[in-house]
Every structure is written in C-alpha cells, then in structure tokens.
Write a protein that binds this ligand. Structure first.
Ligand code: ATP
Ligand code: ZN
Ligand code: MG
Length: 530
C-alpha cells in the first residue's frame, strides 16, 4: 500500500527573504520527520516537491507504511517547531488530492465516506480521497476506512457467507421413531395457549407462560444459579452510541428495532393530530412521524450490551474478577422479516442472558463450565436430541488486518451454538430440521476494547455471554417430546408437581375451533395428572 497527496499549509504571515532560507531548512527537517521510525524514506514517507504562493505552502508527499493523514500531521508539527523560532505559525493544514494505492483489484463498489472515486487497473486499485481538514486528519478516519475496505474485500471473496459451522458434539439418537411429529407452534395456537398479537408478537396466556417459565426456571436452577451467576436488571432501550460500540449498528442494522421520543411534551402541539384520530378513528403513522424525533434508540437486541456499558471506563482489580451476572428482565426485539415463524422466530422474544467478565483464562474456564452444564441440561435434565457446533466468522480481525479462519481453536474468541432437533421439520440428518436454541460465546476484547474496561495492572480482560431463548427451548422441547407430560422427563415433571398449572382460557368463542377446544381439555387433563 502506498499513499500520495498534497499537504496544504497556511502560514501566519508573509515571508521575508531570510525566512525563505529558514523555510528550506524546515522542510528538510519535516522530510526527516516523515522517515522517523522507519528504515528508509520510501518505507516511511518523504516530501517529493513543494511550491509556495504567498502564505500558502503545498507539499507533495509520498508515503509507504506511514499513513498519509499521519504524515500530514507530522509535517505540520515539525514545521510548527522549526518555523516557530522565527515567529511563523501554521494557520491550517489540509490534505488535498490524496490517493491510496492498494495491491490487487479491490472489488467493492460501495459508496464510502471520504472516498471520491475508486479506479482499478493492472492489478492495483487507486482510491482517491476527498480533501481532509485538520480535524479529520486528527481522527482515525483513514485507518478505519482502510480497515473497512479490507473487510469488505474479504467478505466479497468468501461470497458473503457469514459463518463457519462445524459440528462439535451430538447426542445419541433418543427418539426412534419420534415421540411426536406435529408442529408445536401450530398446536399452541390451536389450543389457544397463545394468540397472535401482531406480526412476530404473541400474547402468552397464563398456561403458556407457565410452560415458558418452567423451561426458564429449570435452566436457572440447573445451569445458571449453581455456577454462581447473580441476577441483574438491564435496560431494554439503548441509545445509538451503545450499538456503535458493540458493532451491532454496523453488522445487524437491518434487523434492529428503533424507537423515537416525541418532539415535545406539550400535548397542545398534538391537538390537531389527536382531533384527526378522534374524528376518523384512524392513526396515520406518517402524521405521527412529524411529531417524533429521529430514532435515537434501539430496542434490546443482544441483551448483554448494558453489561459492557456498565463496566465501561471502569478499572477492575483481581479481587473484583470474575464478574458473573444474568438478566431475564425483559424481551429482546428483532425484525426477522420473511423469516418470522410461530414462536420460533419472532420479533419479540424472551431470553435469559448470562454474562461474564474476567481475565482470558477465567473467561474460558467459565465458558467451559457453562458449556458442560448446558450439555447436562440438554442431555439429562430435558433429555433431548441435541448437538453443538462451533460457529465463527469466515474471517477474524487481528490488529487491524483481516485474516481467514482456517481451523478453529476452542479457546479463542468464538461461538458455540446449541441446536435441538425439530422432528416436524424432517429427519435428523437434514440441516433444516435443527433449531438454534441458544449459544455460548467468548468475545475476547471485542467489547472490553471499545468500552475501555480495564484491569489495574494492565492485564487483558475478556468477556463472554450466553443466550437462552425461552420460546425456542419450549418449541423444541415440545417438538421432540410432544404435549403428553407422561412423556416428559422427571425433572420437569417434579417441577410441574411443585408448581401446579393455572386454568386455561376457555370462552364461548375461544379457542377458535372445536378441535382446538378438545385438544385443550385433553392437555389440561394430562397436566393435572403429572
Ligand atoms: P438465528 O441464526 O436462528 O437467527 P441468531 O444467531 O440470530 O439465531 P443469537 O443472536 O445468537 O441468535 O441470539 C441468541 C439466542 O436468542 C438464540 O439462540 C435464540 O434462542 C434467541 N433468538 C434469537 N433470535 C430470535 C428470534 N427471532 N425469535 C426467538 N428467539 C430468538
Ligand atoms: Zn450476549
Ligand atoms: Mg438471527
């Protein structure tokens, strides 16, 4: 990679003939400053020509490993010192007509900030940059731009496929033939345990809530609490800045739900709209939008974000580590577009989010404990057919460079998915018959870096998290074991005996079909007999 550009400097006063001599010398020093720390001026940078018109200096600069924005600032700082003794100041610095020459033909076509145009020819790519003012030069815009380009390049190369999927372990075959082959999503709706509220949203009646809570409570009792995690309550509406730091705003913006505050608290300003709604009995969203601020928040997405925020800019010592919390205080929201289905893939779902923070070896050890407890939970407590898989991006970022992941190392940052078989979707041999119900991740410094979570002796801190999506666990459990508690495992049955079920909702018109009403009375009868 090589850079070229014109560093334009405005001096604070006109130059006398004696100043001119000093200027030549100062430029020589500025040239040396560009090579400082490098083996040669070619490797670092150099001034290849210059001109002066009145108070304006234009230096043609070429650099190698020294980024051209840094070079511009080095030139400015050096001239400030050497011309300062003659009381000549630098009014402004600007980088003009800059270009970056990259080996290889970068195929990205995207419109990028600070990029004027991209040319490709003869196996190289030339990126022409917009002019950069001093305040842009001081911020790492160019660094990020180049990183972005190389990420896009890598993604384009691997066909946009986001993840590796590698089987780690699978349970033995337990249901041959299957106990149940129905679609629990349909059954739950038919018997009236849930009612569709809006796209991807359900109302869970007390009996549905009872079953969801049974899943969640067993998970807490068997996995989370014995490992020493403590409950916290996290906010569920996040300022955009949080998503900037976690990277979600870049990576998953298409599936986030955003929200806006009203422009004013003064109800009188809404009067016209309120009157309109009164008379027409319609709520026009486009009119409402006029009264709202831009979306400054998004709704809970990964659920662990507030944890990193909390420890952001804090200094921790050995005594305060590791930190082990969980949150189950509210829903997550995701726009799943055409993928929305039943209770499995919804816009509003509930999850137990387990989070931890510590030194790398602590974080890996906790992950291993969580993983082991999960396996026991799937294999013995719920006694289901399960498998685990290592899922990592096709590439990872290491000190600014993007590399392809060739093999996985379980002690490196990455994610393990937990999947359960859904017999109603097909034989267990088929990929599409499996549902991800949860996962466990080690993030490395992905969050401790941007949130600046630090150790008092400068040791590296990592985080980990694990999400248990309650709806998905319930659907998958019912998909394998059906609706007869006689076929449910002892741990769940004894939980149900300790916590008797509430009455179902039965009204003249609810559940909708007579088949549904019949099924419901069978189910409640069976539940009473656990
Ligand atoms: P998928 O690939 O199936 O969309 P994901 O990788 O997006 O899942 P994560 O971001 O890892 O899921 O979220 C953690 C957990 O949250 C999932 O394992 C699942 O239990 C739950 N979850 C995620 N999205 C949904 C959804 N739309 N509906 C219900 N549960 C969900
Ligand atoms: Zn998380
Ligand atoms: Mg998803």
């Amino acid at each position: 990679m090589r850079y070229r550009g014109v560093v334009k400097l405005e001096l604070s006063r006109d130059l006398t003939p004696e100043d001119l001599e000093a200027l030549e010398k100062a430029l020589g020093e500025a040239g040396l400053a560009l090579a400082k720390g490098f083996r040669s001026p070619e490797e670092g940078g150099r001034i290849v020509g210059w001109e002066r018109v009145g108070r304006v200096l234009r230096l043609s600069v070429e650099t190698g490993r020294l980024r051209i924005d840094e070079a511009s600032m080095r030139v400015k700082n050096s001239l400030e010192v050497s011309l300062g003794v003659r009381r000549i100041g630098i009014r402004s610095v600007r980088l003009e007509d800059a270009l970056v020459e990259v080996e290889g033909e970068v195929r990205v076509e995207a419109k990028l900030p600070f990029v004027k145009s991209i040319e490709r020819s003869g196996g190289r790519t030339i990126i022409h940059l917009e002019d950069l003012e001093e305040r842009d030069l001081k911020r790492p815009f160019l660094l990020r731009l180049l990183r972005l380009l190389s990420e896009k390049e890598v993604k384009a190369k691997w066909g946009g496929k986001a993840e590796h999927w590698q089987l780690i372990k699978r349970s033995r075959v337990k249901f041959d033939p299957p106990l149940f082959t129905g679609d629990p999503n349909k059954v739950l709706e038919e018997v009236g345990l849930v009612k569709r509220f809006s796209v991807g949203q359900w109302l869970y009646t007390p009996l549905a809530t009872y079953l969801l809570n049974a899943m969640r409570d067993l998970f807490l009792r068997e996995v989370v609490l014995p490992l020493g995690f403590r409950e916290a309550i996290f906010p569920k509406m996040y300022p955009l800045e949080i998503g900037l730091k976690t990277g979600h705003l870049r990576g998953t913006i298409n599936s986030m739900v955003f929200c806006s505050l009203p422009k004013t608290y003064n109800i009188e300003e809404f009067e016209e709209l309120a009157d309109y709604m009164y008379v027409t009995d319609e709520a026009p969203p486009e009119e409402l939008a006029k009264h709202l601020r831009y979306p400054e928040y998004f709704l809970c997405y990964a659920q662990c974000e507030p944890f990193y925020w909390f420890f952001g800019s804090e200094l921790l010592d050995d005594a305060s580590l590791p930190v082990k919390w969980f949150d189950r205080s509210g829903p997550s929201f995701r726009w799943e577009s055409g993928g929305i289905y039943g209770l499995e893939r919804v816009i509003e779902f509930h999850r137990v989010e387990v989070v931890w923070l510590g030194k790398p070896e602590q974080v890996v050890r906790i992950r291993d404990e969580v993983l082991k407890a999960y396996e026991r939970f799937m294999d013995e407590v719920l006694d289901l057919e399960w498998r685990t898989a290592w899922v990592t991006p096709w590439y990872y970022e290491q000190s600014g460079a993007v590399e392809r992941v060739e093999e996985f190392d379980i002690n490196r940052p990455g994610t393990i998915d937990f999947e359960l078989w859904l017999p109603y979707r097909g034989p267990r041999e088929e990929q599409k018959a499996w549902l991800e119900v949860g996962n466990v991740s080690i993030h490395g410094t992905k969050f401790t870096g941007p949130f600046r979570i630090r150790h008092n002796r400068g040791e590296t801190l990592w985080t980990g998290c694990s999400g248990f999506g309650t709806q998905r666990w319930l659907v998958a459990f019912l998909a394998q074991r059906g609706f007869d508690p006689g076929n449910w495992p002892p741990a769940l049955r004894s939980y149900l005996r300790e916590n008797p079920p509430p009455e179902p909702v039965v009204a003249i018109t609810y559940p909708k079909t007579s088949a549904g009403r019949e099924e419901l009375s069978k189910l409640t009868e069976l539940l009473r007999k656990v």
